[in-house]
Design a protein around this ligand. Structure first.
Ligand code: SF4
Length: 366
């Protein structure tokens, strides 16, 4: 009689053979597991456990819902070439519904989604990309004759957990920018009873999506989060903390015009409006496009896209924000978030109109 370790070994072998057919070697796979352990801040002893978790056992069912968005998160993950979400989706998860990449369409596609909710209640994962319009009964985004909010309440409300990817799905994003014509909100606000983890960013980083899924597969639960529902492993530190231009900030060396000597020398972009000191994300350490680069490395300041209401609270993008209460080297995400909310509320009151963005006078920031 076969032991359970034989079963795991057999399943691992099958998955590795399947990945090999797609050009992903066993070495690549172990590199992926090592990278995931590092990203999740786990010791090296967890690497075999991760390898076993992502290759063994029954494939978890996942459905991917797409609402008011630009499909940037789907694009970001489908363009990766090393074994990460692209392969996870095809080999490790059972993706039963994804509007952008699935073969079925029309009634057949909608039936796939219904079947998951009816037959696997409480046992499937959902990824949501895009914001959910609440105004006028959600009429501004409908799929198969049903509003996004109606669908999200049913699908996310009956799921094991929902991973909101990108700033639109987490906090409403650009569709929610003032005056928010469709009443756009993130998943947690639209479906308060759902278990939701937020991976904001524009787009969400495919590595962080991978790591969240890998954490779930390895430990059977989602990673711990801050008050904004963001996992600490990816959003526990400010952009500013790990930025490669930080030495220039500390030395008082700033670019003051695009293309000036300081900009050409790679000096700090704070004077050009960089919001890295107010933004929590691991962009400087994992970067985008498989570690190729990220905005600050390319010469553009951070625009704070992984913070709630960034389009309203972080603009004008090319000017320093007024001095934000709570900002200092000892600040945490929650303190800075509260400071930004207070600064925004004060701005709305001061201008007496329902619009948070107004050109603000610099107040001699940090
Ligand atoms: S470029 Fe931005 S994130 Fe980097 S050190 Fe300067 S202010 Fe901080």
């Amino acid at each position: 009689m076969k032991s359970s370790s034989d079963d795991v070994l057999h399943e691992m072998t099958e998955t590795l053979e399947s990945l090999a057919k797609k050009g992903v070697s066993r070495r690549d796979f172990m590199k992926f597991c090592t990278g995931m352990a590092a990203l999740l801040a786990l010791p090296a002893s967890f690497i075999p456990k991760i390898a076993e978790a992502v290759t063994g056992g029954k494939k978890p069912i996942l459905v991917w819902l797409e609402y008011q968005d630009c499909a940037g998160d789907t694009e970001a993950l489908l363009r990766v070439t090393k074994p990460t979400v692209g392969q996870l989706i095809l080999d490790i998860l059972s993706v039963d519904y994804h509007e952008t990449i699935m073969a079925p369409s029309g009634f057949q596609a909608e039936k796939s989604l219904r079947d998951v909710v009816e037959n696997h209640k409480g046992n499937y994962l959902v990824v949501v990309e895009g914001s959910i319009p609440m105004k006028d009964d959600g009429v501004y985004c409908c799929i198969g004759g049903r509003s996004a909010v109606d669908l999200a309440r049913e699908v996310c409300g009956n799921a094991l957990a929902t991973i909101a990817v990108g700033t639109c799905a987490t906090y409403g994003g650009i569709p929610a920018a003032s005056p928010n014509p469709t009443g756009a909100v993130g998943v947690k606000e639209a479906v308060p009873n759902a278990t939701v983890i937020n991976l904001p960013g524009c787009p969400a980083n495919a590595e962080n999506i991978s790591a969240t899924i890998v954490h779930y597969l390895t430990f059977g639960k989602l990673p711990s989060t801050d008050k904004l529902g963001r996992p600490y492993f990816a959003y526990g530190k400010r952009i500013h903390d790990n930025c490669e231009r930080r030495g220039h900030f500390d030395a008082g060396q700033f670019a003051r015009q695009w293309g000036d000597e300081g900009h050409r020398q790679g000096w700090c972009l704070y004077e050009m409006g960089c919001k890295g000191p107010e933004t929590f994300h691991n962009c400087p350490t994992i970067k985008y496009n498989e570690g190729t680069s990220w905005p600050v490395q390319a010469g553009h300041g951070c625009i704070g896209c992984s913070e709630p209401s960034f389009w309203d609270t972080m603009s004008p993008f090319y000017k320093r924000l007024p001095k934000v209460p709570g900002f200092g080297v000892e600040s945490t995400a929650d303190k800075v978030g509260a400071g930004l909310a207070a600064a925004t509320a004060a701005g709305i009151l001061a201008h007496g109109i329902g619009r948070a963005i107004k050109p603000r006078k610099e107040e001699g920031g940090e």
